[in-house]
Design a protein around this ligand. Sequence first.
Ligand SMILES: CSC[C@H]1O[C@@H](n2cnc3c(O)ncnc32)[C@H](O)[C@@H]1O
Ligand SMILES: [Zn+2]
Length: 429
Amino acid sequence: MEILIKNIDVIYSANQEMINNGYIIIKDKLITEVGSGYHEDQEHNKYDQVIDGRGKIALPGLVNCHTHAGMTLLRGYADDLPLNKWLNDKIWPYEAGLNSDDIYWGTMLAIIEMIRTGTTLFADMYFSMDLVAKAVQESGIRAVLSTGLIEANDGRKGLIESLEFSRKWMGGADGRITTMLGPHAPYTCSEGYLREIIDLSNEHNLPVNIHLAETKGEYAEIEKEYGLSPVKYLNNIGLFSRPVVAAHCVYLDDEDIDIMASNQVGVVYNPASNMKLGSGIAPICKMIDKDIKVGIGSDGVSSNNNLDLIEEARLGSYLQKVDKLNPTVMDVHSLLKMLTLSGSRVLQLGDNLGIIAQGNLADIILVNISNNSFYYPHHNNLSNLFYAGSGRDVDTVIINGKIVMNKKNILTIDVEKIYYEVERIIKEK
Ligand SMILES: CSC[C@H]1O[C@@H](n2cnc3c(O)ncnc32)[C@H](O)[C@@H]1O
Ligand SMILES: [Zn+2]
């Protein structure tokens, strides 16, 4: 399968290097050529597909480093509550009534929304992950999947099943799926349970995905129980000897940040969820200054309430600017990097994604900047995208070298069927 995208403006690197009116050639899963100007093969019939990029910009696909896709089923179900009350009184009781079929359809709904808004890779922690993997396989999206483990619910059996899942799906869906272990949080998994997970992570070479230092309440609980901050406690038990994806990281002192910087911890900034649940403001600028890898996540849609990463990045940028009383922090270049290359690095997928460059995996999105008021005038289309536009301006999505959305039509999913099934599930609850 060979695809040519011609007449396209390419924002191809994390430094926003730009090609005007260039071309991209994709062969099978890979980008084989990126260039400027006219390509001599442009008019030849050798391509299976030719996309005219006029009026569009090409960017690397966006990376959502932390979500719970199936939680689309809980959109609007529980709003305006703090994390503890939200989880204990509303979310966990509702989730207890969800079966794997429900999670499949909820995940499909999330995938529709992600593809529509330019996400090509997402990291998911939830239940019934075999069905989540099936949704990923069918839809053509890329994902890093982990079974969320809450010790009181899942116990030993959960550990074993989660390991089986991780081993079964590592490299699955034509290489689009990788896996991690997913202890939910330090307050839902005991020290002994976490130590078992660290051992499994070592033995089976699996990274760990965890919620960390999200609220003041969590900080106080862990400090009371272990006499340490959540980060120092996890460091003491050896978690950071493993590659870790840590979501939230709101409550960190300078020592915590130094510990994270000197280990392989990737941090996920979830600004909408942190604001909506009233959790706090993560010290993202300090972490970036210390060279910690930071990506962006939406968290589940019940605390967001959508999966649009462009909106997420805008919120995250404005939150840091007002927190620091400094408008220069988190500019559009750093937002692009966090949503692409840094996201890929946080998820342990390295530099083969996140840059439109020869030899990289072909995850590319095209955004409409023509006949779209948010992009006029064209002083700076990256600024227009992040500060004026939204993920809804995405027109075309290519993942692993396959066109998954063309002119806003998702080619891999029967969208109407998903809406129907989601409505049915909610009516039956
Ligand atoms: C065990 S699967 C994942 C589990 O996490 C819950 N969840 C969703 N958002 C958050 C959050 O911000 N902090 C902690 N836990 C969260 C989700 O509902 C699932 O039960
Ligand atoms: Zn979460």
